[in-house]
Design a binder for this molecule. Structure first.
Ligand code: URA
Length: 271
């Protein structure tokens, strides 16, 4: 069976989508088939082609990106974050930071959402597509569910501060790698120090594991207060199920509700 050009293009797009490629990084497409054909012709010919009819494929459009070795990136992040004396300065320092490879493929930096006076800081896994487009954490479907969860315990955006363990979207929404998280961690830690919240809420497994320094899964961690030491101060941290997981697994909303009540009780006691 032969496929028409249109149906083979559609099949290729389906394949990209299945592999998590849901975004074009450059405005111009790159004809990779032309490149392969050209190199095949060159290999077959005993003489180098005098003038190729196939123009070389355009170089992939790349953003200027100074790549740092992972340990250099962490040192650079520490120095920049450590110098910031306010959340505003930290945001500016982050904008100049080139040590996290995710920045090269992201459209925007997602620094934070919510109030700089919040007593509760929510930390998620990483921006998704909608967050990347808007440059604000938790504004897509998972974020809308998070807002409903907050409303259920009488919290609004003005009562909370929301960020992620990485500030740029991992391509295809994959889990950020250890290197990517480590490059961002000095900024996250400084963000916690500068906001100085009473409570941290760690959204999902990767945020919980990276901030608590544990390999335990979220199903074991969720709903139990943990100690989280940052900048010489120990804060109470509550791991909760990620709203993206709740969208896929509505039956888990009962557990999520219990965890929210645990947070509500702590906030009421402290009032
Ligand atoms: N999921 C996250 O962990 N963070 C966001 O900002 C959006 C979705």
């Amino acid at each position: 069976m032969t496929m028409s050009k249109a149906s083979s293009a559609a099949a290729l797009l389906d394949w990209y989508r299945a592999m998590g490629v849901d975004e074009a990084i450059g405005n111009e497409g790159i004809d990779r088939f032309a490149a392969v054909e050209a190199s095949k012709r060159q290999a077959q010919s005993s003489h180098p082609p005098r003038e190729s009819k196939t123009p070389p494929p355009p170089a992939a459009p790349r953003r200027e990106f100074a790549s740092l070795a992972p340990d250099e990136a962490v040192m650079d992040a520490r120095a920049r974050a450590g110098n910031a004396k306010s959340l505003k300065e930290l945001e500016t320092a982050l904008a100049d930071f080139e040590g996290c490879p995710l920045k090269a493929t992201a459209k925007n930096t997602c620094f934070r959402r919510g109030s700089d006076d919040a007593r509760v800081m929510f930390i998620g896994e990483g921006p998704g597509r909608d967050e990347d487009l808007q440059g604000i954490p938790f504004v897509g479907r998972a974020g809308q569910l998070l807002d409903k969860m907050l409303a259920a315990i009488s919290l609004t955006e003005d009562d909370v501060y929301i960020t992620n363990i990485v500030y740029w979207r991992p391509p295809g929404n994959r889990t950020p790698t250890l290197q990517e998280v480590q490059a961002c961690m000095p900024f996250i830690e400084r963000q916690v120090e500068l906001l100085d919240p009473d409570y941290l809420v760690l959204i999902g497994g990767p945020a919980s594991q990276n901030l608590l320094g544990t390999k335990q899964g979220i199903m074991r961690l969720r709903g139990k207060w943990q100690d989280c030491e940052i900048g010489g101060k120990t804060r109470r941290a509550l791991p909760i199920l990620h709203p993206a997981y709740l969208l896929r697994t509505p039956a888990a909303k009962r557990q999520a509700w219990r965890d929210l009540l645990t947070l509500k009780t702590a906030l009421e006691k402290a009032d």
